[in-house]
Design a protein around this ligand. Structure first.
Ligand code: FAD
Length: 495
């Protein structure tokens, strides 16, 4: 994985730049100490590391604006960072860039029950929003497994999802407004508490923009009334085909569960060893299906789900009898990534999406790839959305295991595209999937996307090296020819 060649001229001016930034963000707002910079050297994709040149921690929009304006004029690159839990390397620093941490933006600014929304600073954690409103019977629906740590600003930048997104939508479906600072230092507001706005849907453009278009300094999200009842059904199957058939049958029956998740045998065992959720250990695949709504409706839907599971050969089935038991069913799933981290020195979490009907084929092909690459894989995924999270287990200390894991991961993502799916479901492109963009998008698609980036950041100073496998500056766009997903002269530097 190659990153843009660092600008030696900028690195040589590091001390001056740090001093200038210190004047803009006084106090403890600028970090230059080598040891302290180490804390920022990677995000959740820890296979790739690079200490930043400088870290700046502003605490007001005015400070963000001043920092961006200064960096714009001085030609210094910026990497925005929330909580650093990205799994695609979106917050990976650059040697010649300022990492702009939004951790001090940690306040809820307004809770508006009448308009059913919360206005929060971007560093507030995802779970922090629900925590702030649950006393009044409300919650924020998108719930990434990292919700205890990840920031709402990072969620917007990655268009994060979670187990509840099958029924309640991704971040983009729950976002009402943003305040965003452009690279020039200008502050813009997109959307608001109202439901629709005139003009282009720039709120939609900013969502999932991975820190390439602007720095989000305020977020307005929709909150929902907590359902009257929520119960989960835990189903163990003798093979993943019957679990996949049950997923398809539930959706085909017109049932939209609040969550419909699947784990394979390695993931079940790792999660059970870690959180003791009382998962069955003699099954090959586990489904967790949550139904929510009025009690009578939930009771009726549970009966239907049970019937569909039995038709497809379910081996064990339990329905949660209390909120504690429901939370326990989910505890294993939500802790599946760290649980897998306990059984392997390293793991590489992939994130592709496929049409649901392709699930058995993709699982079979992935098992064949695991044999081919000589690496184990554990599968945890949002089965209802067809969003896969294969966790490739490897040991970075063993020569070539990281390279094999990367090649295995790339093959999985190509397979997702081949069966009619997409490269990412919720973790974003970052650096991880950057060089695979050509397998999914045509030359024209990629150029148009990059022209949009250029409209916001013509100097390409915001998070460069992420998302676009690009060779050209904005002024030169239109001259690069990518044919059949293949770059011309793939061995020359890309930036
Ligand atoms: C154990 C684990 C489980 C996870 N489970 C899920 C899951 O279920 N669903 C899911 O969707 N993701 C999941 N993730 C991935 C990750 O938590 C999400 O992508 C999350 O949205 C990242 O938020 P963050 O605050 O950590 O952002 P960061 O990692 O700091 O940054 C992510 C990207 O957003 C940009 N960014 C961050 N803040 C801003 C801002 N204020 N303005 C502009 N750009 C910004 C960065 O430049 C970067 O490109 C998981 C991660 C881990 C480690």
């Amino acid at each position: 994985m190659r990153m843009p060649e660092p600008d030696a001229g900028i690195i040589a001016r590091r001390a001056t730049i740090a001093r200038d930034l210190q004047a803009l963000v006084p106090g403890e707002g600028v970090i230059v100490d080598e040891d302290a910079l180490r804390a920022y050297e990677c995000d959740g994709l820890s296979a790739y590391r690079q200490p930043p040149m400088i870290v700046v921690l502003p605490s007001t929009t005015e400070q963000v604006s001043r920092v961006l304006r200064y960096c714009h004029e001085a030609g210094v690159k910026i990497v925005p960072r929330g909580a650093g839990t990205s799994l695609s390397g979106g917050a990976l620093p650059l040697a010649d860039a300022v990492t702009l941490g939004l951790g001090k933006f940690n306040r809820i600014l307004d809770i508006d029950y009448e308009n059913r929304c919360v206005v929060a600073q971007p560093g507030v954690t995802n779970l922090g929003i629900t925590t702030a409103v649950q006393g009044e019977g409300f919650y924020y629906a998108p719930d990434p497994s990292s919700q205890i740590a990840c920031s709402i600003g990072g969620n917007v930048a990655e268009n994060a999802g979670g187990v509840h997104c099958l029924k309640y939508g991704l971040t983009t479906n729950n976002l009402l407004g943003l305040e965003m600072v452009l690279m020039t230092g200008e502050v813009i507001r997109l959307g608001g508490k109202h439901l629709d706005a005139g003009g282009y849907d720039l709120l939609g453009v900013a969502t999932g923009s991975e820190g390439l278009l602007g720095v989000i300094t305020e977020v307005t999200v929709r909150i929902l009334r907590a359902p009257e009842t929520a119960r989960a059904v835990l189903m163990g199957f003798p093979d993943s085909d019957s679990a996949a058939a049950t997923v398809a049958a539930i959706i085909a029956a017109g049932i939209i569960p609040a969550g419909l998740e699947m784990m394979d045998r390695p993931a079940i065992h790792a999660a059970e060893d870690f959180v003791h959720a009382d998962y069955p250990l003699d099954v090959e695949a586990l489904l967790i299906c949550e139904l929510d709504g009025p009690e009578a409706e939930v009771t009726h839907l549970i009966e239907r789900v049970e019937g569909l599971a039995r038709n497809n050969g379910v081996q064990t089935l339990r329905v949660s009898e209390s909120d504690q038991e429901r939370a326990l069913f989910w505890a294993g799933r939500k802790a599946a990534f760290p649980a897998v981290g306990r059984i392997s020195p390293d793991y590489y979490c992939m994130d592709g999406t496929i049409p649901r009907h392709a699930l058995p084929t993709v699982l079979k092909r992935m098992a064949e790839m695991a044999t081919h690459y000589g690496l184990r894989v554990a599968n945890v995924f949002h089965a209802g959305d067809g969003n896969l999270h294969p966790l490739i287990l490897f040991d970075a200390n063993v020569p070539d295991e990281l390279e094999r894991a990367e090649a295995f991961g790339a093959d999985i993502l190509r397979l997702c595209v081949e069966v009619g799916g997409v490269l990412t479901g919720e973790h974003g492109v970052g650096v991880e999937k950057r060089d695979l963009m050509g397998t999914m998008f045509t030359e024209t698609d990629l150029m148009q996307q990059q022209r949009l980036k250029c409209a916001f950041d013509p100097g390409q100073l915001l998070n460069p090296g992420k998302v676009f496998p690009t060779l050209h500056r904005c002024a030169e766009l239109g001259r690069m020819h990518i044919s059949g997903g293949k770059m011309p002269f793939p061995d020359i530097p890309r930036f």
